[in-house]
Design a protein around this ligand. Structure first.
Ligand SMILES: C[S@@+](CC[C@H](N)C(=O)[O-])C[C@H]1O[C@@H](n2cnc3c(N)ncnc32)[C@H](O)[C@@H]1O
Length: 215
């Protein structure tokens, strides 16, 4: 909740990104602004949606279908209130686990995953599941805290892992490997301090998130 309250206020989010992670979060906020045109006509999954930081980038009217999913009922409540504040009436809210998404393969054109991976115990399994629900050619965009950004940042990550909110935190290189192993291609991982900005595309071919072995 503390993260959500800070991130929602861009100036506080930017200062937090700089102080905690040594990162410039402008690409994160810019990426959210780009959603205004990116979501048009598409089916979008936002996981984990948290308090709905991405909603600020959504057009009030438009022909898109948007599913916001998170494990925490508290965050879902915040996300619903946030959607109402932004005048977004058509978001579908689902409470669930990223590693067991209730959607058939190929259900989405775009998957957003902002600052969630480092909170998951099994990020590769989460990415495989996101890849599974993307259609071939569909895109994944997101951000994650990563190790390897500096000694101070790595110490803060260790603290946050002991304190609870963080689970498995990989390096930018590991993130890149996890994305490829999930069956995604056109992988781009750009690290600034301890924050990775990533994007990838669902490879055309199998629809099981990269879990099946080639024969
Ligand atoms: C730091 S917040 C980020 C949320 C949002 N994307 C943002 O950038 O503000 C991380 C979120 O991950 C959610 N979460 C943790 N484990 C999860 C899981 N297994 N499945 C779905 N959501 C999960 C938490 O409830 C929390 O809302």
């Amino acid at each position: 909740m503390a993260y959500d309250a800070g991130a929602e206020r861009e100036r506080i989010g930017m200062a937090g990104g700089r102080l905690l992670w040594g990162a410039d979060l402008r690409p994160f906020y810019r990426g959210i602004e780009e959603l205004r045109t990116l979501v048009d006509g598409g089916r979008v999954l936002d996981v984990p949606c948290g308090g709905g930081i991405a909603f600020r980038g959504l057009p009030q009217e438009g022909s898109y279908r948007y599913v916001a999913l998170d494990l925490s009922p508290v965050m879902m409540g915040r996300a619903r209130a946030n959607a109402a504040r932004h005048g977004l009436r058509d978001i579908v809210f689902l409470r669930g686990d990223v590693t067991a998404l209730p959607h058939p393969a190929g259900s989405f054109d775009l998957c957003l995953s902002y600052f969630g991976l480092h909170c998951f115990p099994d990020p590769p399994a989460a990415l495989a599941e996101m890849a599974r629900v993307l259609r071939p050619g569909g895109r994944l965009r997101g951000t994650s805290v990563v190790r390897g950004g500096g000694r101070r940042q790595d110490a803060i990550i260790s603290l946050f892992r002991r304190a609870g909110p963080f689970a498995t935190v990989g390096t930018a290189g590991e993130l890149s490997s996890w994305l490829s192993a999930a069956g995604l291609d056109d992988v781009d991982v750009d690290r600034d301090g301890a924050v990775a900005f990533f994007s990838a595309r669902r490879a055309c071919g199998n629809l099981d998130g990269g879990r099946s072995q080639p024969r």
